[in-house]
Ligand binder design. Sequence first.
Ligand code: GDP
Ligand code: IMO
Ligand code: MG
Length: 427
Amino acid sequence: MPAIALLGAQWGDEGKGKATDLLGEQVDFVVKFNGGNNAGHTIVVGEEKYALHLLPAGVLTPGVTPVIGNGVVIDLGVLFSEIDAMTARGVDCSKLIVSANAHVITSYHVLMDKVGERFLGKSKIGTTGRGIGPAYADKMSRIGVRIQDLFDEKILRAKVEGALANKNQVLVKVYNRKAVTVDSVVDELLTYADRLRPMVADTSLLLCQALDAGKVVLLEAGQATMLDVDHGTYPFVTSSSPTAGGACIGSGIPPTRIDRVAAVVKAYATRVGEGPMPTELLDAQGDRLRDVGGEFGTTTGRPRRCGWYDAVVARYAARINGVTDFVLTKLDVLTGIEEIPVCTGYRLGGTVLDEMPMTQTEFHHAQPVYETFPGWEDDISAARSMEDLPKAARGYIEALESISGAPMSVIGVGPGRDETIVVRPLV
Ligand code: GDP
Ligand code: IMO
Ligand code: MG
């Protein structure tokens, strides 16, 4: 059986968690392949609402094996708190498997993230402050601590010493902070080792064997295409690869085994943190989208920047990821808007572009070109098929489909598991 990648087409918070949860019963493994607890996925099941950060959304479906892949950076304190909180609510986390090659976010990564942002001042990225960037920087600099290092105290100490040698110089001399002691870090990490050990495996081997045995593997992204460190709005991005290529790197599943790439896209656009967003609305319309859509961060509680659907971004995501299906979410939030603008291109000087500009400077200056579509008044949250939708809502979906580069296979009309229209099943 094939693997399916499920990722974000915009700047995150598209509803990836809900989409994963929706597929829960049809898949055997759900793998988080990138990012860490910068992610925040809110999932509503009946009367219950869950906010997941490190655990793959598949944990909510009995029968699914949740996996944290090698591409993830793990804050172990956060992981165990999340497991404990979910267990206390009756969610079985006992099947969780963690890659031996995943990197560890330590206390000095969180510290470096926070002081680094402060130091950047006006040029800050607006990170989630969870230590993501510094942990990935250490991984790439080959001074990171991996999950497997926790099982050999001598190696762990040597690695932490190596990582801190340079950082302590910077912390003391540049940031005017106290040095971090090797002992404090090693002692904290060792407290997790015994509890962690039974969960750890060679997850690439395990997942490829599962595929050989006919199991269905869903690769669930954190963040999104426009936050990708290579393909996003650099430097206002995260430090991992939330795109389809990253799904292979971060899980150890080869590209030839992925035959479906589903991208979750909101019926409008949101972004948290700094960086360009051509369709951002700084007026009452933006406030309306934020209020009706409940656009406040699951992780940091920050208000999300809101704007109209950007088809240039959607088409770009379709191309970069080889999207086979879009999952269109939050269509219900647009109910009651008389005329709905959609950005179809960018005006730059005297020209109109229908592709992402080549440079960041151009993207900063891109002015959205809008086409407007008629809205609808009737509540659509009870719709379960396309025929249940008002004609104008169907027209809006068809319009997005024709300019976004892939079919709208699933439509979200509310946060609940069942508040969904499945046009073409993803599995
Ligand atoms: P993720 O990070 O991509 O998983 O998305 P978040 O969970 O951060 O943000 C998406 C929010 O939208 C969550 O609060 C979801 O419960 C909610 N949501 C998802 N799909 C829909 C939908 O179709 N309609 C509405 N109204 N809310 C939705
Ligand atoms: P989910 O998985 C939205 C943003 C931050 C910041 C930038 C870098 O819920 O969609 P980082 O802490 O990663 O170094 O921050 O990326 N960001 C997200 N925005 N949704 C997310 O995750 C995000 N994870 C990071 O706001 O602009
Ligand atoms: Mg989120």
